[in-house]
Design a protein around this ligand. Structure first.
Ligand code: ATR
Length: 277
């Protein structure tokens, strides 16, 4: 039994226990909003996950974030909304009249970060998304939901891009890396969802000079904070949205569901989390 029974608390369920910025983010909001509550990390192995979830409320938790490797199991063990179902993974859980509900907050994290960093980004008809993994699903879902006419989906393994396109319909166009040069000049939005450019990974070889001057560049990678892709875009005075912004914006909904107030993504919070990267 954790100290969570004493106050309203949420937790992050993952395995193995990994460093997370989520406690820092939620404690900042609790403190600045003057609310009582807590947010703790719970390391739960896959074989114990179902039992842990069934006892979530008994353990005193008002909800949870879920991370690797539990996101698919969380979807199956809760009542998911349309976003979680479309993405095939849940990352945020909460109770409504005793029923465990779930959603995937990566979609609104991605979209709200773009809205905050580059208002009007959605005036484009063409978005170019690099990568077709789990993160890409949330990005593509968000772009389609926002009404972007064409989402060009480039992936090393073309079958993954095709599978994603099949799921999301005719507005998603799978493409190979060798066509990127042709797609860049009409892309009003470029999004990197691959791990390329992440600390310790190979660089992402993209000529941002081919993008229109009105283009917005978004990178989901946040270590380093300014990836080589974002640095190149900023050198050309293109608007950018970084992965840390998405991380902060995706945390908003969970906090609101658990603690009843919608928190702000402030510069002070960004600086706090940046110092922890
Ligand atoms: P996530 O959940 O973060 O999206 P993922 O599902 O493992 O993680 O997806 C990683 C993405 O990065 C995939 O699109 C992957 O391409 P493949 O589907 O071909 O594996 C892409 N990726 C990772 N390393 C890459 C590399 N060296 N070159 C090109 N793409 C790479």
């Amino acid at each position: 039994m954790t100290s969570a029974t004493k106050t309203r608390a949420a937790c992050l369920i993952g395995w193995p226990a990994a460093h997370s910025r989520s406690p820092l983010i939620h404690h900042y909001w609790l403190r600045t909003l003057g609310l009582e509550g807590g947010y703790v990390i719970e390391a739960v192995p896959p074989e114990d996950f179902k039992d842990f979830l069934f006892r979530l409320s008994l353990r005193g938790f008002v909800g949870a974030n879920v991370t690797i490797p539990h996101k698919e199991q969380a979807l199956a063990l809760s009542a998911p909304d349309a976003r979680a179902r479309a993405i095939g993974a849940a990352n945020t859980l909460w109770f409504v009249d005793g029923e465990l509900r779930s959603t995937n907050t990566d979609v609104e994290g991605f979209i709200n970060n773009l809205d905050a960093c580059a208002p009007g980004w959605d005036r484009t008809e063409d978005a170019l998304v690099l990568g077709a993994g789990g993160a890409s699903r949330a990005v593509v879902f968000g772009l389609i939901e926002r009404g972007i006419a064409r989402v060009h989906l480039v992936n090393r393994t073309i079958d993954r891009a095709r599978a994603l396109a099949d799921q999301f319909g005719a507005r998603v166009h799978p493409a190979t890396w060798d066509t990127v040069g042709e797609l860049l000049p009409r892309a009003g939005l470029l999004v990197n969802t691959t791990s390329l450019g992440m600390h310790g990974q190979p660089a992402l070889e993209i000529d941002v000079g081919l993008l229109p001057q009105s283009a917005v560049v978004s990178d989901l990678v946040y270590v380093p904070l300014v990836t080589p892709l974002l640095a190149a875009a900023q050198a050309r005075s293109l608007k950018t949205a970084d992965g840390l912004g998405m991380l902060l914006h995706q945390a908003v909904r969970g906090f609101e569901l658990w603690f009843g107030q919608r928190p702000q993504v402030t510069a002070e919070l960004r600086a706090l989390v940046e110092a922890d990267l």
